[in-house]
Write a protein that binds this ligand. Structure first.
Ligand code: ATP
Ligand code: MG
Length: 134
Protein backbone atom coordinates (compact mmCIF):
# COMPACT_ATOMS: atom_id res chain seq x y z
CA UNK A 1 0.00 0.00 0.00
CA UNK A 2 1.07 3.57 -0.67
CA UNK A 3 -0.75 6.61 0.68
CA UNK A 4 -0.77 9.31 3.29
CA UNK A 5 -2.15 8.84 6.78
CA UNK A 6 -5.91 9.08 6.43
CA UNK A 7 -5.90 8.26 2.71
CA UNK A 8 -7.91 5.10 3.39
CA UNK A 9 -5.31 2.33 3.07
CA UNK A 10 -6.51 0.22 6.00
CA UNK A 11 -10.14 0.63 4.92
CA UNK A 12 -9.24 -0.49 1.39
CA UNK A 13 -7.22 -3.44 2.69
CA UNK A 14 -10.11 -4.53 4.89
CA UNK A 15 -12.51 -4.41 1.94
CA UNK A 16 -10.29 -5.98 -0.71
CA UNK A 17 -7.44 -8.02 0.75
CA UNK A 18 -7.94 -8.95 4.40
CA UNK A 19 -9.78 -12.16 3.57
CA UNK A 20 -6.95 -13.49 1.40
CA UNK A 21 -3.78 -11.79 2.66
CA UNK A 22 -1.78 -11.58 5.83
CA UNK A 23 -1.95 -7.89 6.77
CA UNK A 24 1.41 -6.64 8.03
CA UNK A 25 1.85 -3.15 9.44
CA UNK A 26 4.43 -1.48 11.61
CA UNK A 27 1.46 0.12 13.36
CA UNK A 28 0.80 -3.29 14.92
CA UNK A 29 3.93 -2.81 17.03
CA UNK A 30 3.87 0.88 17.97
CA UNK A 31 6.41 0.50 20.74
CA UNK A 32 8.72 -2.12 19.33
CA UNK A 33 12.30 -1.24 18.52
CA UNK A 34 13.61 -2.05 15.07
CA UNK A 35 10.08 -2.17 13.65
CA UNK A 36 11.37 -1.98 10.10
CA UNK A 37 13.54 -5.09 10.49
CA UNK A 38 10.73 -6.89 12.24
CA UNK A 39 8.30 -6.05 9.46
CA UNK A 40 10.68 -7.32 6.79
CA UNK A 41 11.17 -10.55 8.72
CA UNK A 42 7.44 -11.12 9.07
CA UNK A 43 6.90 -10.48 5.36
CA UNK A 44 9.72 -12.84 4.38
CA UNK A 45 8.45 -15.60 6.67
CA UNK A 46 4.92 -15.36 5.32
CA UNK A 47 6.10 -15.41 1.71
CA UNK A 48 8.31 -18.41 2.49
CA UNK A 49 5.16 -20.19 3.66
CA UNK A 50 3.52 -19.33 0.35
CA UNK A 51 1.08 -16.81 1.81
CA UNK A 52 -0.16 -13.60 0.19
CA UNK A 53 0.95 -10.53 2.14
CA UNK A 54 -0.08 -6.88 2.16
CA UNK A 55 2.08 -4.22 3.82
CA UNK A 56 -0.25 -1.55 5.18
CA UNK A 57 2.04 1.42 5.78
CA UNK A 58 2.34 4.82 4.12
CA UNK A 59 5.37 3.63 2.06
CA UNK A 60 5.64 7.09 0.49
CA UNK A 61 9.08 6.89 -1.12
CA UNK A 62 10.91 4.37 -3.31
CA UNK A 63 13.41 4.00 -0.44
CA UNK A 64 10.57 2.59 1.66
CA UNK A 65 9.38 0.26 -1.06
CA UNK A 66 12.54 -1.14 -2.67
CA UNK A 67 13.39 -3.46 0.26
CA UNK A 68 9.89 -4.93 0.13
CA UNK A 69 10.04 -5.40 -3.64
CA UNK A 70 13.38 -7.17 -3.23
CA UNK A 71 12.06 -9.50 -0.52
CA UNK A 72 9.05 -10.36 -2.63
CA UNK A 73 11.07 -11.15 -5.71
CA UNK A 74 13.55 -13.19 -3.65
CA UNK A 75 10.59 -15.39 -2.78
CA UNK A 76 9.27 -15.57 -6.33
CA UNK A 77 6.25 -13.41 -5.51
CA UNK A 78 4.75 -10.79 -7.76
CA UNK A 79 4.50 -7.32 -6.20
CA UNK A 80 1.65 -4.89 -6.67
CA UNK A 81 1.47 -1.28 -5.51
CA UNK A 82 -1.95 0.09 -4.59
CA UNK A 83 -1.68 3.87 -4.36
CA UNK A 84 -4.46 5.74 -2.58
CA UNK A 85 -4.28 9.07 -4.38
CA UNK A 86 -6.06 11.43 -1.99
CA UNK A 87 -5.34 15.16 -1.60
CA UNK A 88 -3.34 16.19 1.45
CA UNK A 89 -6.16 18.49 2.55
CA UNK A 90 -8.58 15.56 2.64
CA UNK A 91 -6.13 13.40 4.59
CA UNK A 92 -5.58 16.20 7.10
CA UNK A 93 -9.32 16.69 7.54
CA UNK A 94 -9.89 12.97 8.09
CA UNK A 95 -7.01 12.81 10.55
CA UNK A 96 -8.46 15.74 12.47
CA UNK A 97 -11.70 13.75 12.84
CA UNK A 98 -9.86 10.91 14.54
CA UNK A 99 -9.74 10.53 18.29
CA UNK A 100 -7.06 9.33 20.67
CA UNK A 101 -3.95 7.57 19.39
CA UNK A 102 -5.53 7.03 15.96
CA UNK A 103 -4.90 10.74 15.28
CA UNK A 104 -1.36 11.06 13.99
CA UNK A 105 0.75 14.19 14.60
CA UNK A 106 0.48 16.82 11.88
CA UNK A 107 4.22 16.69 11.29
CA UNK A 108 3.92 13.00 10.44
CA UNK A 109 1.40 13.64 7.68
CA UNK A 110 3.40 16.58 6.32
CA UNK A 111 6.63 14.56 6.32
CA UNK A 112 4.97 11.72 4.44
CA UNK A 113 3.46 14.24 2.01
CA UNK A 114 6.90 15.66 1.28
CA UNK A 115 8.25 12.20 0.54
CA UNK A 116 5.25 10.93 -1.37
CA UNK A 117 6.23 9.69 -4.81
CA UNK A 118 3.80 7.92 -7.08
CA UNK A 119 4.81 4.24 -7.36
CA UNK A 120 5.90 3.08 -10.79
CA UNK A 121 6.72 -0.13 -12.60
CA UNK A 122 10.26 1.18 -13.00
CA UNK A 123 10.83 0.55 -9.27
CA UNK A 124 10.21 -3.14 -9.82
CA UNK A 125 6.49 -3.40 -9.21
CA UNK A 126 4.81 -5.97 -11.41
CA UNK A 127 1.59 -3.98 -11.25
CA UNK A 128 0.60 -0.50 -10.08
CA UNK A 129 -2.99 0.44 -9.28
CA UNK A 130 -4.05 3.99 -8.50
CA UNK A 131 -7.17 4.42 -6.37
CA UNK A 132 -8.41 7.99 -6.51
CA UNK A 133 -10.19 9.33 -3.46
CA UNK A 134 -11.27 12.41 -1.61
N1 ATP B 1 -13.09 5.95 0.34
C1 ATP B 1 -13.28 6.68 1.43
N2 ATP B 1 -14.09 7.75 1.40
C2 ATP B 1 -14.27 8.50 2.50
N3 ATP B 1 -13.70 8.26 3.69
C3 ATP B 1 -12.90 7.21 3.78
C4 ATP B 1 -12.63 6.36 2.65
N4 ATP B 1 -11.75 5.40 3.04
C5 ATP B 1 -11.49 5.65 4.34
N5 ATP B 1 -12.19 6.71 4.79
C6 ATP B 1 -12.13 7.29 6.14
O1 ATP B 1 -10.89 7.96 6.26
C7 ATP B 1 -10.30 7.72 7.53
C8 ATP B 1 -8.95 7.11 7.35
O2 ATP B 1 -9.07 5.83 6.77
P1 ATP B 1 -8.00 4.72 7.06
O3 ATP B 1 -7.85 4.48 8.51
O4 ATP B 1 -8.36 3.54 6.20
O5 ATP B 1 -6.67 5.44 6.50
P2 ATP B 1 -5.16 4.93 6.47
O6 ATP B 1 -4.61 5.30 5.14
O7 ATP B 1 -5.10 3.50 6.86
O8 ATP B 1 -4.43 5.83 7.57
P3 ATP B 1 -3.11 5.50 8.44
O9 ATP B 1 -1.93 5.60 7.52
O10 ATP B 1 -3.05 6.58 9.49
O11 ATP B 1 -3.28 4.13 9.03
C9 ATP B 1 -11.30 6.84 8.28
O12 ATP B 1 -12.09 7.67 9.10
C10 ATP B 1 -12.13 6.20 7.19
O13 ATP B 1 -13.42 5.91 7.64
MG1 MG C 1 -4.11 2.51 8.40
Amino acid sequence: MVGLQGSGKSTWVEEHLAATHLVVSKDHWPNARRREARQRRVVAEALAEGRHVVVDNTNPHPEDRTPLITIAHEHGARVRAVYLRVPLSVCLARNAQRHGPARVPLVGVLTASGRLTRPSRAEGFDRVDVVPGG
